[in-house]
Write a protein that binds this ligand. Structure first.
Ligand SMILES: Cc1cc2nc3c(=O)[nH]c(=O)nc-3n(C[C@H](O)[C@H](O)[C@H](O)COP(=O)(O)OP(=O)(O)OC[C@H]3O[C@@H](n4cnc5c(N)ncnc54)[C@H](O)[C@@H]3O)c2cc1C
Length: 260
């Protein structure tokens, strides 16, 4: 049995099509509009926000005589005023590897603004099992032994069933799939697996808040603490309003503006 350590990979993000944006800005009468956004994703949020009031510069909308300059002040105002729909446009793509089915069950409860692709344990046959062991258990050697022994026994169960059915020599993929699916029922919910998860900024802010809360489960707190570290660095303006408190060694990431 291998001890699993959850891993977070940010593998994709939204990119602006420069010629398309330039053409739109020319069309709307603001061909020289520029901003200082640190990422395309944050620039896109600003573009979609300004589009609403035609507030790229004063006078494009006769009602607008002043505009807020700069991406950070602009997005800070979006967050403060709860105009969160503009944060739905950019999408981030994560892969979470070596996470348990405990984690994935919790993650998939977040429906709004997300997309999911999960490793199929119907197709991918379990051999060596690995699992994350929560820190609470580390403190007691007897408990650790129970965890390790149980997972090792379940690993043996997978091997025994595979031998019993001679699955390695099985030629029919459909049969292998049926057997693999049957065997996985005897794997623990803590078994390490992989899930691809995409979300928009609005959903991400909500999930970071909900899942780094000290009442949330340890593994998902750990993962979303890491997610926060990545996005705070990469998208500082849309993630500008957080305060961090360490609770039980994990960050509790709280936004000033909730549920924008
Ligand atoms: C600490 C903790 C403990 C939990 N314990 C349990 C538990 O014991 N049992 C259990 O079943 N679940 C539990 N959950 C899961 C929880 O109930 C939610 O299902 C999960 O957090 C998804 O969040 P969400 O409902 O905000 O959905 P998301 O999909 O993240 O939605 C974001 C927001 O969009 C809005 N929204 C989304 N869908 C709809 C809709 N259909 N209609 C109207 N508005 C919508 C809501 O404002 C929602 O908050 C727990 C979650 C946490 C963080």
């Amino acid at each position: 049995m291998m001890r699993a350590e959850p891993k977070v990979f940010l593998v994709g993000e939204t990119r602006i099509v420069e010629e398309g944006l330039s053409a739109y800005l020319a069309y709307v009468g603001a061909p020289n509009w520029k901003t200082d956004a640190p990422s395309d994703s944050e620039r896109l949020c600003e573009v979609f926000g300004r589009l609403c009031y035609r507030s790229f510069e004063p006078g494009l909308n006769p009602n607008v005589t002043r505009v807020r300059e700069g991406n950070r002040p602009y997005l800070e105002n979006i967050l403060a005023s709860g105009h969160g729909s503009v944060l739905e446009h950019p999408v981030l793509n994560f892969i979470f590897a070596d996470v348990s089915r405990v984690f994935t069950h919790e993650l998939v409860r977040h429906r709004a603004g997300t997309a999911i692709s999960q490793e199929s344990l119907r197709y991918v046959r379990l051999e060596k099992l690995s699992a994350y062991i929560p820190t609470e258990i580390h403190e007691d050697e007897r408990a650790m032994n129970i965890f390790v022994r149980t997972i090792e026994q379940l690993e043996e169960v997978q091997e025994t069933l595979a031998e019993l059915y001679g699955i390695a020599a099985e030629k029919q993929f459909d049969r292998k799939k049926k057997l693999t699916s049957a065997f996985r029922r005897l794997a623990p919910i803590g078994v390490a697996t992989t899930i691809g998860w995409s979300c928009n900024f609005r959903a991400l802010r909500h999930v970071i808040e909900a899942r780094t809360d000290p009442h949330a489960e340890e593994e998902i707190r750990l993962v979303f603490g890491r997610v926060y570290e990545i996005v705070r660095e990469r998208y500082p303006n849309v993630m500008s309003d957080y305060e961090i408190e360490m609770v039980d060694g994990l960050p509790w990431v709280r936004p000033l503006h909730r549920k924008v």
